[in-house]
Structure formats: C-alpha cells, structure tokens
Design a protein around this ligand. Structure first.
Ligand code: SF4
Ligand code: SF4
Length: 228
C-alpha cells in the first residue's frame, strides 16, 4: 500500500487563499488504511483549516466528501460530485490520486494535502515500513523475500556493507540491517548458498531510469486483444 503523511496546515492554507468554496476530498484506499487521507481525516482537516488564523480575509466554505479510490478514473467519473461553485479541491489522496483528480476536473485547481511517502506494509499496529521501490525487476526470490532496494539504506544488491552492527544498519541504528534480515531468512530456508551469487551491475531502466513508465494491457475495458 501507499503510505502518506499530512502536510502542515501552514503549508496548505496559503494554497487556498482567495478560494471561497473548497472541496476537501478524502480517498477510501491506502490513505484510509494508514490513517492519513480517509473521510475522517478529511473532516478533521476541514475543521482545523476553518479558522481565521489561516484566512484573515475570510475563511472559505469547506465541504467534505470522499470517494473509494481517487486513482481510478472510472470511480472518479461515477462517484465524484463536485458541489456547484467549488473554487478548489484539496485532495487527501496520494500523488497519483491528486493527479487523476486534476486531470478529471481540469482546469479546477487541485491541491495535495498529503506528502506521499512510500510503498510499505504494517509490521505491527500503527507501524508501517517501506517494502518496495517499484524497481521493475524484482529480486525477492533470491533475498528471502526481503527487499534490499527498499530496505537497505545503500540499496546494496550484494550486502551487507562493512558497517552492519549486531543486526542494525549503520546509517540508522534504529533500523534493522536489511542484509542481516536476508541472511537469517536464507539460513532458515537453508539457502545461504544464494549469498555466494553476485548480482551483476543493475540496469535501472525498468525502475524508471529512462523516464516515466507505462503499461498497456490488451483486452482491458473493451479494448482490442485478449486478456493475457
Ligand atoms: S526488488 Fe524491486 S520490485 Fe521487488 S520488492 Fe524490491 S523494489 Fe520492489
Ligand atoms: S548496514 Fe545493512 S541495511 Fe545498512 S547500509 Fe549496510 S547493508 Fe544496508
């Protein structure tokens, strides 16, 4: 899932100066699960923003809504209702959702209320850790299901580095060393021989090194071709 954090109110408020009616739009996807951008957070954000401290020349009228996923064009078209006279949208989606809403409502100004931070999962209640960087060439089969690109501070493919200490990372000792985790996982799997394989120099183009990535799938939404 995508994990995001709230932007400071002092950063958001100036974006809305001059707007009279603002739609504060939550998203029911990842940001609801990580408690940063769902309907409850949208309501709370609107409540906190509606203060003369932020808008000395007049507090905008904030209306709050949410749709299931702002990143889905079909859902935007089916469920997004923009109240009349809306001047701006404050989106609590990830950066993908903000851009999809911007495209759908062009030329309406659509502003981000969150900083999209990482792709991760909750290791325990209330603690999400980064797990994947979308590198486009997954190596988890060789690393015991632990991603060295997202979870090693140096993104080493042939670790550990010389600084690993008692299972902790030298860059941030509060974090586990990813390569220590990989070692112990492979040991449990009786696959330590995999550590003797040297990963070759990586081609980062599948990971976005040659520009924005896209995929076209045949047979989707009535398009030509078969599902494959
Ligand atoms: S190796 Fe690449 S695709 Fe696999 S989890 Fe790590 S970043 Fe994601
Ligand atoms: S200590 Fe481990 S996680 Fe940290 S940079 Fe070195 S190999 Fe990577």
């Amino acid at each position: 899932m995508i994990v995001a954090d709230s932007k400071p109110l002092m950063e958001i408020a100036p974006l809305l100066t001059g707007s009279r009616r603002v739609l504060v739009l939550g998203c029911g996807g990842c940001v609801t699960v990580c408690r940063s951008g769902g309907l409850a957070e949208a309501r709370e954000l609107a409540r906190r923003l509606a203060h003369p401290e932020f808008f000395p020349d007049g507090v905008p009228e904030f209306r709050v809504d949410a749709i299931e996923r702002q990143c889905e064009r079909d859902m935007l078209e089916a469920y997004l209702e923009t109240p009349p006279d809306t001047d701006a949208v404050l989106s609590l989606a990830c950066g993908v959702g903000v851009q999809m809403v911007s495209d759908a409502l062009e030329p309406m100004p659509v502003f981000p209320a969150l900083n999209t931070t990482f792709m991760g999962g909750a290791d325990e209640a209330g603690l999400w850790r980064e797990k994947c960087r979308g590198c486009g060439d997954c190596v988890l089969a060789y690393t015991g299901g632990i991603c060295p690109i997202a979870r090693c501070a140096k993104k080493l493919l042939n670790g550990p580095c010389g600084g690993t200490s008692n299972g902790s990372c030298e860059v941030d000792s509060t974090q586990p060393c990813a390569w220590a985790l990989i070692f112990y996982r492979l040991k449990k799997q009786d696959k330590l021989h995999l550590l003797e394989e040297i990963f070759p120099t990586r081609d980062w183009r599948p990971g976005g090194g040659s520009g924005p990535r896209m995929r076209r799938r045949a047979g989707v939404a009535g398009g030509p071709g078969d599902f494959r």
